[in-house]
Design a protein around this ligand. Sequence first.
Ligand SMILES: Cc1cc2nc3c(=O)[nH]c(=O)nc-3n(C[C@H](O)[C@H](O)[C@H](O)COP(=O)(O)O)c2cc1C
Length: 351
Amino acid sequence: MSFSTGLTRLLRIQHPIIQAGMAGGATTPRLVAAVSEAGGLGTLGAAYMTPEAIREAIGEVRVLTNRPFAVNLFVPEPFDASLYDPGEVNAPLAVYREELGIEAPEGLSYVQPFEDQLAVVLEERVPVFSFTFGVPEAEHLSALKEAGTVLVGTATTVREALVLEAGGVDAVVGQGSEAGGHRGTFIGGFEEALVGTIALVPQLADSVSVPVVASGGIMDGRGLAAALLLGAEGVQMGTAFLPCPECGIHEKYKEAVLAAESESTALTRAFSGKPARGIRNRFMDEMRDREVPEYPVQNAYTRDIRAAAAREDRIELMSLWAGQAARLGRVVPAAELVERVVREAARLSGR
Ligand SMILES: Cc1cc2nc3c(=O)[nH]c(=O)nc-3n(C[C@H](O)[C@H](O)[C@H](O)COP(=O)(O)O)c2cc1C
């Protein structure tokens, strides 16, 4: 049983299912390899990893599978941390640090060096490179292409998809507004780019000639079947993989995903400075009306709080990225999830 599409042929995979790269520890090498071994495409969410850690994780994936997999990074955006007064940024965070018994850190690390991260992807000849938040420089993309790496960009609008296609990507992930995690929007304001998956996918399919991957709110075979009917050649699922035993997130975060209601998530800039969808919690609610620095500055300022909260099982202060369909999550091994989604979609499509 399989759905052969332009995407499966491009990525050399059996099933048109991509497990989203999810930065922050969710996408362990075990998860990535399990999805790829099951015939989908596992993705290492490597944006917050040092180049050395990325190389090591790629090695671990390769011990577990010799099938294609992807590495995902954030395209860097210009930022100026000196625009923000540390005293002002830390003021609303003090109450959380006090509760957690931690001090504001002295020096902050904002981002990992993108060019060095990319160099690892290139040197390791990673089969698929996916990215979000923009388009990498042309010289980087052509070097990856020459190395035989398939390029997958993220779009939240038709305008962005056309820019990605002109930049030479091999496939476009259409990220609907239902999606968990950060908005990939890189042209214009994010509020204007909150297009739902069901509206976005056919518009992308009509506009670009490369395969379109539907993403946002897809949790089971109904989502896969619907996405294919809408003109997508595959799906990218993030939240659906969070409850899997191979996923590296905190157990309490997994519980929160499974306990979510249809209206449990919201978009917030409070944790990182960039709009992202997560399960509403105390930190999001209390910080809602605060002015916070742009990404990645706020992300660096809240890192110690999120880490200490995780150590103490305090999910009310952790970022719980998840999509609007979280309650459809199932606690099954990743390979079984891939198989079930394919089986369900096949049944619905009369295969
Ligand atoms: C916990 C989490 C972390 C994410 N991190 C990334 C990331 O590092 N890079 C990326 O391109 N997308 C990331 N995303 C977004 C996914 O690529 C995708 O758009 C989203 O998961 C699709 O919606 P769904 O969660 O409803 O499946 C993340 C999503 C989640 C839930």
